[in-house]
Design a binder for this molecule. Structure first.
Ligand code: FES
Length: 269
């Protein structure tokens, strides 16, 4: 039997060209607006260097406060040797850790590659470049630092959990006595720690750690259950990424506005 074949010439799509009829541009646009808003607000808040504590509450942007003027500071005020020309804020010392962790996150990479430099704009939509370098050459090879940022971020998360505990102890300004209590700020900081935990423990790199850092999961029986837990969180990694991003920004806003006297903390217990 003779089979005939007709060669089909594949032509390269122009940038933005597509046969898709759905609103494929909505998701990258929402990502662009969401991440831009967060980056602008967090940068502004980090450079303020004030109004980041209120009562027992400490903004997560400023925690741990390594050097600073508040009672939460680990090593006291700004070092005398700090150059006068260099802006100082306790947040600038710590924010690079969660910032680089999110920047190198597998989910965010896929999201901001589409939303910020349209490469690709979306599936089946023409790209701006004709070459593909992937993430195996400079500068995107630096994304591999994600696993190391995970370990540093876990340490920061542990500090935020301690902050929640501290946010349950209120000092009476008149008598100076310290008593247990729960305010709306305590709940906001606790919810933030839980959401950040869901985001961190669902990290793709965490699956490797939870699996015992071996290539075959069957060789790490003790890690199997932990691996399953991480995989469960990982299935909703996008949800954890966005809810924790919102909660960490809102936690800073709440503490800031309470500190400025714009909002009053609601004492529940
Ligand atoms: Fe998203 Fe690690 S892959 S936090």
């Amino acid at each position: 039997m003779v089979m005939s074949s007709t060669p089909i010439r594949l032509s390269r799509r122009q940038f933005g060209e597509t046969m898709r009829r759905d609103r494929w541009w909505v998701q990258p646009l929402v990502v662009f607006l969401g991440l831009s808003t967060f980056v602008v607000y967090s940068t502004w808040a980090a450079f303020q260097g004030e109004n980041y504590t209120s009562g027992p509450y400490l903004s997560p942007f400023y925690s741990p406060e390594i050097f600073g003027a508040s009672p939460h500071s680990w090593f006291g005020p700004r070092p005398a040797a700090w150059p006068a020309w260099l802006p100082f804020s306790p947040a600038l010392l710590i924010l690079p850790i969660p910032g680089l962790f999110r920047l190198t996150c597998y989910y965010y990479r896929g999201a901001y590659y589409k939303a910020f430099w349209a490469d690709p704009p979306s599936c089946s939509v023409g790209e701006p470049r004709s070459t593909y370098w992937g993430e195996s050459s400079f500068p995107l090879i630096l994304q591999n630092a994600h696993r190391y940022m995970l370990f540093l971020s876990l340490a920061v998360l542990a500090v935020l959990a301690v902050d929640v505990w501290k946010a349950m102890w209120f000092t009476d300004s008149a008598t100076g006595t310290v008593s247990f209590g729960i305010g709306l700020g305590t709940i906001i900081l606790a919810a933030n720690a839980v959401l950040l935990g869901g985001y961190l423990f669902g990290c793709h790199s965490m699956r490797h750690v939870a699996g015992g850092c071996v290539d075959r999961i069957s060789r790490a029986p003790l890690g199997l259950r932990a691996y399953s837990c991480v995989s469960c969180l990982n299935r909703r990694h996008m949800m954890w990424a966005w809810t924790s991003l919102f909660s960490v920004g809102f936690s800073d806003l709440y503490v800031r506005l309470c500190s400025m006297g714009v909002w009053s903390d609601l004492r529940i217990i």
